[in-house]
Design a protein around this ligand. Structure first.
Ligand SMILES: [Zn+2]
Length: 266
């Protein structure tokens, strides 16, 4: 893999990118003591092609900045490690047995390849990649919180934690909103891999890529319909879904606020 773009990380300012979780549910109050911490790590990759990515992430303190925000916002009963590792497949996971959030170097490579197909501008492409990474890390945070805090979930947990990730992005200012859009684009690109319906993983616990794409479009639009009016239309969010987006966004925000309230640091 070619990591020619990595030096551009420093231009993106993504270290200051997310003061998100701390501000999302500002009204929450809790006097309980934090017993655990989110702890970042960067596993040394065996594949030399990932060495530069590891070095860059470490140098930019990518996970330190994210876990710092999480530690300042959320009370967890035990440590949760958050790290970059070689997973053997382009994926990110939360492992309940070890309380670890793992982001594969392979997924970073995959994001890089997918966005190369659709975005020629190096800086814009890197913004998309980092945006999608942030969304995915917050999606895994959702799984971790459901586990360690025994949060109630009815319906598909995958959709619920997509909601949480999107809410956090959409409450993170302009950069966060861009990150939400980038993650939507990523899911659209994912689905393009198998246009044939018979190839689609109907059985999978995740909603299909295109459904996740439209969900994210709907939530972005629902968060501010005036600002995002241009999302609605033939090439974007269909009118039928847009008509319900504000209600959808309002309800999911209220639900997550209530669910997380006892576990947030005031
Ligand atoms: Zn998931």
């Amino acid at each position: 893999m070619e990591f020619a773009l990595r030096h551009r990380f420093s231009q993106l300012g993504f270290i200051t990118f997310f003061c998100l979780t701390a501000t999302l549910f500002a009204s929450a109050a809790c006097l309980a003591e934090t017993k655990g911490k989110f702890k970042p790590f960067y596993e040394e990759p065996k594949n030399p092609e990932y060495a530069e990515a590891q070095k860059t992430f470490r140098k930019e303190k990518l996970l330190e900045s994210i876990t710092q925000q999480w530690n300042a916002s959320i009370i967890i009963p035990q440590d949760i490690c958050v790290g970059f590792v070689e997973l053997g497949q382009p994926n990110a996971v939360y492992v309940p047995e070890t309380h670890r959030i793992l982001f594969g170097y392979e997924l970073f490579e995959n994001l890089d390849e997918r966005f190369q197909d659709v975005e020629a501008d190096d800086d814009v492409r890197m913004e998309h990649i980092v945006g999608a990474m942030m969304f995915i890390l917050h999606h895994e945070l959702g799984h971790a919180l459901v586990d360690v805090l025994s949060l109630p979930v009815t319906g598909k947990e995958e959709d619920a934690v997509d909601q949480l990730a999107c809410l956090i992005m959409l409450n993170g200012g302009e950069d966060g909103e861009k990150a939400a859009a980038s993650s939507g684009e990523f899911f659209r690109l994912l689905q393009d891999d198998d246009e044939d319906d018979s190839e689609k993983a109907w059985w999978d616990e995740h909603s299909l890529g295109k459904q996740r794409y439209y969900n994210i479009l709907s939530w972005i639009y629902g968060s501010d319909p005036e600002k995002y009016a241009n999302i609605v239309g033939e090439d974007g969010l269909p009118e039928e879904r847009a008509a319900r987006s504000v209600d959808e966004y309002t309800k999911m925000k209220a639900a997550w606020k209530k669910i997380l309230a006892p576990h947030l640091i005031h």
